[in-house]
Design a protein around this ligand. Sequence first.
Ligand SMILES: C[S@@+](CC[C@H](N)C(=O)[O-])C[C@H]1O[C@@H](n2cnc3c(N)ncnc32)[C@H](O)[C@@H]1O
Length: 286
Amino acid sequence: MTSLKVSFHSVGSSIYPACIVPAAVSKNVMRKQRHWEKIVAAKKSKRRQEKERRKAKHCQDANAGNDHQQHSKKFLKAITKERLLEAKDSGPRLCIDLSMTDHMSKKELSRLAAQIRRLYGSNKKAAKPFWLYLTGFVQNSPLYDECVRMNDGFVNYLVEFTEDSFLDLFPLETIIYLTPDSENVLEDIDPTKIYIVGGLVDESVQKKVTYQKAKGNNLQTARLPIQEYMIKKDNVKNYHSEILAINNVFDILCTYCETRSWPEALRAGVSPGKGFVLPDEIIPEN
Ligand SMILES: C[S@@+](CC[C@H](N)C(=O)[O-])C[C@H]1O[C@@H](n2cnc3c(N)ncnc32)[C@H](O)[C@@H]1O
């Protein structure tokens, strides 16, 4: 039996047995061939167009997404503003007494400016914000310049800035000066009172500054209930301090307003470095 070997030639995209050389291809086959080539070209072009359309839609969706994001950013900003302004009428009030910055070093001023930024940031995020006052705050003073330099949008903060003393702004009987040296414990936050924190950083610890200022003006004072809810934790340096930075004091007050729980509030503002822990944070030794 002889085997028949057939080799193939291609014409266009079609393949013909070699015995059928292109010259011999009938007109009918050629017509079909051209028709087929048109279909293939049309399909290719349709695929290209489809790809372009998908690409354009993707771009459009991405832009729409950005618009939406922009929208929600604006929306969130508006809500925050509304909540802060609501606090002006009905919220608890806190004042940072910035009248004691004269002898502060540049480094201390920078730290205070950063603490004010954190405090304001916490207030913006708070479910129940405070209405904030920055009193004894002199425009173009070294602290003012440092705040403007370090804190984006500082001059637009939604707070009350004033050069006046808090002593001239509020009835004295409504003032409670928060000071770690007070003999009174802060038990609750009263929206009819105005709570003052001292704009001091304890780089060069000046003991009892705010306590003496408050006593000198016959003001009520209170300290945070750290000793009441926390216990001293052994540490190498045997270091235990109840003196907190103003932003940590503020985080405690804010969390208390939200949760009405002092343990939760203290957890939010007293770092382990202070040498105090909550009883539930003690890990039993084996
Ligand atoms: C870094 S402390 C300055 C302490 C400073 N030796 C003084 O005489 O107030 C900054 C401010 O946070 C507030 N503060 C810090 N720890 C506090 C605490 N345990 N209880 C109440 N207020 C506190 C006080 O208003 C204080 O003036």
